[in-house]
Design a protein around this ligand. Sequence first.
Ligand code: FAD
Length: 320
Amino acid sequence: MSEILVVVDHVDGAVRKPTLELLTLARRLGEPSAVVFGAGDAAANIAAKLGEYGAAKVYAADAAEFADYLVVPKVDGLEQIAKAASPTAVLITSSGEGKEIAARLALRIGSGIITDAVDVKPGDNGMVATQSVFAASFTVDSTVSHGIPVITVKANATSPQPAQAAGTVENVTITFSDTAKSAKVVSRTPRQSSGRPDLTEATIVVSGGRGVGSAESFSVIEELADALGAAVGASRAAVDAGWYPHSNQVGQTGKTVSPHLYIAGGISGAIQHRAGMQTSKTIVAVNNDPEAPIFELVDFGVIGDLFDVVPQLTVETKTR
Ligand code: FAD
């Protein structure tokens, strides 16, 4: 069976959800092999988790370079593994780092690259990657015509489904290039944790828009999010006004989310906002304008003042 390489994204020994999505996707394309860099003592636990999601093989490479230097050591590693394994495709999460690794890898191995895919399927002429463009107004299907396709896939493109496979670990020793040490990590400042789930991985997202009115009033959105164990999102209008950080922006120029439940408070539903949330399984909106375009999209719409409605939802959630 053809081998599909999946580059593993892990933090503090935990595999991130987008990697489990990639493994789920890879199973439709061939036999997934996972590539883990710099896992240290956590390698065995990580390999076990990857096996639970269908990784037949886990290439594990460990060296200080993976933690101390920016992306080039991983590119060195992937280049060597890809050249030895000749996979049918390489799948990488569409993060900033993932896209840089993908671009450098494609150049090194003389391949074509497709970024920000929302789906990948086997086709008559190789892998067909689907991209969603112009704020999700159109989809584009592309194939790579030369070399091993290197494809970055957006988080939440699919939902992770477990399927037990061997997860056999193959330790790999990487020879680093001269450029591996050209950019060094000089310090790390952990982001202050809100204690809430990661926006792109959350199963429930509660977002606020311009209708929230101020940074202080976002507490209304946060209280509902905390009652539901949800992440907090924001429209660009709220972010541009300085009420919430850009890292929480949902939409075309923010994050793409696809939770089971998306609640929008005081958001009109502009096409650029929809681009980041319209694949959510259930969408609820609270808006005081019955003509707001978001109501064309919702499963449940509440016409009303969010400062009346959202606190009631919070109270109701807490009593259940
Ligand atoms: P508005 O459109 O002003 O809507 C506010 C809503 O709140 C209104 O519907 C109003 O009826 C309602 N409201 C007001 N008060 C209350 C109340 N008390 N209770 C209930 N409802 C109330 N936008 C994004 O969100 N994400 C993106 O990534 C993004 N990228 C963009 C990229 C480009 C290139 C461009 C041009 C635009 C982008 N935008 C993006 C901006 C987008 O076009 C909209 O301007 C933005 O989404 C509007 O945000 P909003 O819905 O919060 O504000």
